[in-house]
Design a protein around this ligand. Structure first.
Ligand code: ASP
Length: 590
């Protein structure tokens, strides 16, 4: 080793020791005669001091010539700092190194940005020089915690008899609802591999192979339009188990999270986590990943509106729409201006406007006041604190109402401090999902999770006549309003699997060509099995209090799926294209 200690190791217990440290120059300060600089590495910062004159003059000149981010080796002696310069905030704050020797291991050019400033830098520049950003304490901490978390999960799963198994990256399509990334095969001209959207089918085949308990920290690839905070490649903790039912997978997942969150974040999670059915989540929160840190739920107002003469709203109900709304506690916490802005937002989004009633003591304030009979006002008051609240409501098609109420709620929560609990981690299971949803664009049913998810045993009878009524054996896990994982009990009968393929509109020749290998495996003694996968990047983001999953990934891509550092994706040599029998034929995009 070039060094005897790291930059975070030395303290008052090392006084007088001769040491060698290596690291990056953090800042050189000339204090009239004495020159100080900080030496930084992953472990911390150590102050180095140098005085001029006599035999030390040459060394002093060398020290003064140091620039930030040069990589150096320092030899010296550990000394106590004068009492008034002790820094209680860092572990090495009591000591400094009296330098006796210096080797410049590598100089650095002027940096495009200082590591400490990275948060104020544009994303492209930051990602282009990601290795400088990684010198930042925050990213170092995030990557270290991620590594510890993986280690801790691995340790837990191995102790529970799981076998870590790698599955192929060059493979065939595994549908998880996204587009595939494809890779041409030179040895099989005209044919392509698909990168796995998840290891789903392989983990099921491992169960057919009798592996019984599998896990993998698996890279998954999904070619999606990167609207939200998504990455084209991301990591899952992927798990599969044989001879299990929902409770077994859910229980295992809870114990795994409790173990690893405890080990890495020092939090004692209380398990079992609460559960909510999909239909309750949709009616109370208007989405299948409710943030239960916000104590605001929706209520259906059809009955109340039916008792009024508000024609526009009644017309919506007659056409099969809904009127839904929510109370915001504290009637005077939003100004009329705030309410106007929310109303404008709804109108911009194509709605007729945002309904509202402000309850102040016995009084109410509302543009609809004249149309609201006293009986209805009474029904609309919140049960708790009935004279102090604002009720917001929207009318329209249910999906639209849910989506827009969620936006309005977000805006209200952003405006009023205290509506969202901070510093808590609310885990929640969502269960009893529908098996299918209707894809209007394609005019066919599609699986809500993936087509390998088993229908609820009691609902198999609905498949033929009313498949949209059938529920699945899927479960999602939500943390503070983010889906962090999901899984299901799988189909292990070939007949049922074929029926599901047909119901989602795959003709026999197509499903045989795509999934023949799975169907065959189901014929050769497939045990009942199920599993789950956690999105590691998103989970770490929430636990670390970050706004973006990019802050938990060493080398993430931009929103457009590019890498400013390597300039991927890039063009390839003509020769390679020819060998792969690929011709680029790019029509002009209008
Ligand atoms: N393969 C699923 C996914 O990637 C997870 C699972 O069902 O285990 O979402």
């Amino acid at each position: 080793m070039l060094r005897s200690h790291t930059c975070g190791a030395l303290n008052g217990g090392n006084l007088g020791e001769k040491v060698i440290l290596c690291g990056w120059v953090n800042s050189v300060r000339d204090h009239g005669g004495l020159t100080f600089f900080d030496l930084r590495d992953r472990y911390g910062i150590t102050q180095v001091v140098c005085s001029p004159g006599g035999e030390g003059q040459e060394l002093y000149e060398q020290v003064k010539a140091l620039r930030n981010e040069w990589v150096i080796k320092v030899e010296g002696e550990v000394a106590a700092r004068p009492a008034e310069t002790v820094n209680g905030r860092i572990p090495t704050g009591e000591i400094e190194i009296r330098i006796t020797g210096l080797t410049v291991l590598n100089k650095s050019g002027a940096l495009p940005f200082e590591p400490a400033e990275a948060d104020r830098i544009g994303e492209n520049l930051k990602l282009k020089y990601r290795y400088i950003d990684i010198r930042n304490e925050k990213l170092q901490n995030n990557l270290r915690k991620r590594s510890l978390f993986c280690h801790s999960m691995r340790e837990f799963l191995l102790s529970e008899n799981f076998i870590e198994t790698e599955t192929p990256i060059l493979t065939k399509s595994t549908p998880e609802g996204a587009r595939d990334f494809i890779v041409p095969s030179r040895l099989n001209p005209g044919k392509f591999y698909a990168l796995p959207q998840s290891p789903q089918l392989f983990k099921q085949l491992l169960m057919v192979g009798g592996l019984d308990r599998y896990f993998q920290i698996a890279r998954c690839f999904r070619d999606e339009d990167l609207r939200a905070d998504r990455q084209p490649e991301f990591t899952q903790m992927d798990i599969e188990m044989s001879f299990v039912e929902e409770e077994d997978v859910i229980g295992l997942a809870e114990r795994l999270l409790k173990h690893s969150v405890g080990a890495v974040f020092g939090l004692d999670l209380s398990i079992p986590f609460p559960r909510m059915s999909y239909s309750d989540a949709m009616s109370l929160y208007g989405c299948d990943k409710p943030d239960t840190r916000i104590d605001i739920t929706y209520r259906d107002l059809s009955d109340e509106i039916g008792r009024t003469d508000i024609k526009v709203l009644k017309a919506v109900l007659e056409k099969g729409g809904v009127v839904k709304g929510f109370h915001v506690p504290g009637g005077d916490r939003l100004s009329l201006k705030d309410i106007e802005n929310l109303d404008r937002y709804i109108k911009e989004e194509g709605g007729g406007g945002l309904g509202w009633i402000r309850f102040k003591g016995e009084e109410i304030q509302s543009p609809l006041k004249k149309l609201l009979p006293a009986e209805v006002v009474g029904m609309l008051r919140p049960p708790v604190d009935p004279g102090n609240s604002i009720l917001f409501f929207l009318a329209g098609k249910e999906n639209w109402v849910n989506e827009k109420l969620n936006r309005v709620k977000e805006k209200v929560v952003g405006r009023i401090p205290g509506l969202i609990k901070t510093g808590v981690f609310n885990f929640l299971w969502i269960t009893d999902f529908p098996l299918f949803e209707y894809n209007e664009e394609e005019g066919r049913l599609q699986a809500v999770h993936h087509p390998f998810t088993s229908p609820a045993v009691t609902d198999i009878k609905d498949l033929a006549g009313s498949p949209l009524k059938a529920r699945s054996r899927a479960y999602d896990i939500v943390l503070n309003g983010n889906e962090i994982g999901g899984g299901s009990i799988r189909i292990h009968s070939r007949t049922l699997q074929e029926e599901i393929f047909r119901l989602i509109g795959l003709p026999e020749d197509v499903y045989r060509e795509r999934f023949g290998f799975l169907l065959e495996a189901l014929d050769y003694g497939a045990p009942p099995h199920g599993g789950i996968a956690f999105g590691l990047d998103r989970f770490m983001m929430i636990m670390l209090g970050e706004e973006s999953i990019r802050e938990t990934i060493a080398f993430p891509k931009t929103q457009k799926g590019t890498c400013p550092l390597t300039l991927a994706p890039g063009e390839v040599e003509k020769k390679l294209l020819r060998e792969n029998r690929i011709q680029i034929d790019m029509p002009k995009v209008e």
